[in-house]
Design a protein around this ligand. Structure first.
Ligand SMILES: [Zn+2]
Ligand SMILES: [Zn+2]
Length: 314
């Protein structure tokens, strides 16, 4: 009887899950403490991983690889410089227009909307390594790396943690309908591939191939590089500062994530625009932000205080 009742409810549950793929506010939010994985809701995420086998069917071309690498670079910068340093930590200032442009570029990374991302991240800094920290290392590697954000309780945007961002209607829109930008990107890549197939057949690409490399593979690589900061950067590396959490510094992760690997530095002073505190700590996102500041696109870059730098020498 129980199974029959569950089967009868399945279409309704599936309908609700599908509605939530398109509109994050279409259902009542689950309790933040609900740590069960929402399997129906995360089917697109699982599907993206399965689609990583598709190059076997669509092949590859130099142009598809170049587009995949460029999109990784652009979106990693949008995530680290804007979703993290700007939206989560307000480590510099910019105009409302550029704030929106980078919110869209960040949304292209398929890591949900800027408010959702920033709220969870602010919570991580407040609760680092406590039981409330959803991706704390004490929950195990896989939870800290990926499964924490697949749970029912993690889907809602905790607006109370981002009141400064929630007053912008355009950001609220991107956050509520966070699938729109990724779908537009995927469709554009398909269109680009088909256009190149028609007008430059010598490049050896087509719509499906461009979709698989530019969207699927590039996005999944971007996912897991980003997630290493929650998983590996709280496990492997050196500790310069005796912070209350387990954060570490790692050159390898800093290269992969354009500077985010200096995670122990970052936990010591999250408000600074730079995470590599010294010239030898490569921090690509910081260098690009310096160029953008020279061009007048961003300003008020918050430095690392002298006392924090002095602590490092001790
Ligand atoms: Zn951390
Ligand atoms: Zn942070």
């Amino acid at each position: 009887m129980k199974i029959a009742a569950a089967m009868a409810r399945l279409p309704l549950r599936a309908g609700r899950a599908v509605a939530l793929w398109f509109d994050n506010e279409s259902g009542a939010p689950a309790s933040p403490d609900d740590r069960r994985i929402d399997w129906l809701r995360v089917l697109p995420f699982i599907g993206l991983h399965l689609a990583c086998l598709a190059p076997l069917a669509v092949g590859w071309s130099p142009i598809a690889l170049v587009v995949a690498a460029l999109l990784y670079t652009l979106r990693m910068f949008a995530i680290t410089a804007f979703y993290h340093r700007y939206f989560s930590h307000r480590a510099f200032a910019t105009s409302r227009a550029l704030q929106f442009i980078f919110a869209v570029l960040g949304a292209m990374a398929v890591q949900r909307g800027p408010l959702w991302w920033a709220a969870h991240h602010r919570h991580h800094h407040r609760a680092s390594d406590t039981p409330e920290d959803l991706h704390g290392p004490q929950h195990g590697f896989w939870t800290s790396h990926v499964t924490w954000f697949l749970t029912k309780g993690a889907f809602a945007t905790r607006l109370g943690l981002v009141p400064d961002l929630a007053r912008y209607k355009e950001l609220r829109f991107l956050d509520r309908f966070d699938i729109l930008v990724p779908v537009a990107l995927a469709a554009s890549l398909f269109g680009l591939g088909e256009t190149l197939a028609a007008f430059a057949p010598g490049l050896g690409t087509n719509g499906w191939q461009m979709l698989v490399w530019g969207f699927v593979l590039s996005t999944v690589a971007l996912f897991h590089a980003t997630f290493t900061i929650n998983s590996l950067a709280h496990r492997f590396g050196r500790r310069r500062y005796a912070t209350r959490d387990s954060s570490k510094n790692s050159l390898l992760l800093a290269l992969l994530t354009f500077g985010e690997g200096w995670h122990n530095n970052h936990h010591r002073y999250p408000g600074s625009v730079r995470q590599g505190f010294f010239w030898w700590e490569l921090d690509l996102s910081y260098y690009v932000l310096r160029v953008m500041a020279a061009l007048g696109l961003v300003w008020d870059l918050r430095p690392v205080p002298e006392r924090v730098l002095a602590e490092a020498g001790r």
